[in-house]
Design a protein. Structure first.
Length: 113
């Protein structure tokens, strides 16, 4: 049976919205929406995977969807987004391994040093 849990977590002073389709499995899928500014809503069809024994977690990244916007726009960085994801997953899910699905509608320029 799928339990749907949703709410907000406070991470680094920002309220981050989440929605979890919880089947009590040891398999977790974390779904990240594209952006900036989008929400997880268009990815909800992936919740169907919970019918196959997979916990599916959606969350609206900071500054997007139902989550808070930071007052300092210099915080909109890939590194900050990864830090928030790590904090979110470690605070909400008691797991060591996860599968991450990312949908991005932006192009990132990354310089390797």
């Amino acid at each position: 049976m799928v339990r749907i849990e949703e709410g907000f977590l406070n991470i680094h002073g920002l309220r981050i919205y989440f929605k979890l389709y919880n089947v009590g499995s040891r398999i977790d899928l974390v779904v990240l929406h594209g952006g900036p500014g989008a929400s997880h809503d268009y990815l909800i069809p992936l919740a169907e995977l919970s019918n196959y024994g997979i916990n599916v977690l959606f969350y609206d990244q900071f500054g997007s969807g139902r989550s808070d916007e930071p007052s300092d726009f210099s915080r909109y960085t890939v590194i900050m987004a990864l830090r928030k994801l790590r904090k979110f997953v470690s605070k909400y899910l008691m797991i060591r391994w996860l599968c991450l699905v990312i949908h991005m509608a932006v192009c990132l320029r990354w310089r390797m040093r």
